[in-house]
Design a protein around this ligand. Structure first.
Ligand SMILES: [Fe+2]
Ligand SMILES: [Fe+2]
Length: 167
């Protein structure tokens, strides 16, 4: 499917695309990959939470849930107001007080942390080679990594720079 030029489209369309396509994907894929991980662990015996791979995954999942929520409930609605104000020739709208000094920088840090977690998981998951279900776990992690790469590219390299130019 041909991708629109996101440098040209209104930000509200880009954000709608990110939420539908990439946030929607994560909300389905994270539980799915978790299930695959459980099957690998079950085949080897023991509890997922005791294992470093299970811990890194659980932490990443929690962080991602919060991250998506922050974008959807605070950051993206603010960007919509900012874009509307700019289109109307108005000034920069006030941000909600709980939104800190550098919201875009915070999101970028969380993206970097998710990418680092994906790399760690890939390395740790490699240790289960030979285990039943290993292949499907690696494939699930790879899908996650690839989608996350596109998702983060749209935010870090297109959405956020465009927002910074509006401020
Ligand atoms: Fe996002
Ligand atoms: Fe994000």
């Amino acid at each position: 499917m041909e991708q629109p030029d996101w440098n040209e489209k209104p930000l509200r369309e880009l954000m709608r695309h990110i939420v539908r396509r990439h946030h929607g994907y994560l909300r389905v894929a994270l539980p799915e990959v978790h299930g695959r991980m459980q099957r690998v662990f079950a085949a080897g015996g023991g509890q997922a939470a005791e294992r470093p791979l299970g811990r890194v995954f659980a932490e990443m999942w929690d962080e991602m849930d919060l991250h998506l929520e922050k974008e959807e409930t605070i950051l993206f609605p603010y960007i919509e107001r900012l874009e509307a104000a700019r289109e109307a020739g108005l000034g920069i709208p006030a941000a909600r007080s709980e939104w800190g000094e550098n919201p875009l920088g915070l999101m970028e840090d969380e993206h970097a942390s998710a990418i680092a977690a994906m790399e760690t998981m890939r390395r740790l998951a490699g240790g289960y080679e030979g285990c039943a279900h290993h292949g499907e776990l690696m494939a699930g992690l790879e899908d996650l990594r690839l989608d996350l790469r596109v998702h983060i590219h749209l935010e870090n390299n297109i959405l956020f720079p465009r927002v910074r130019r509006m401020m």
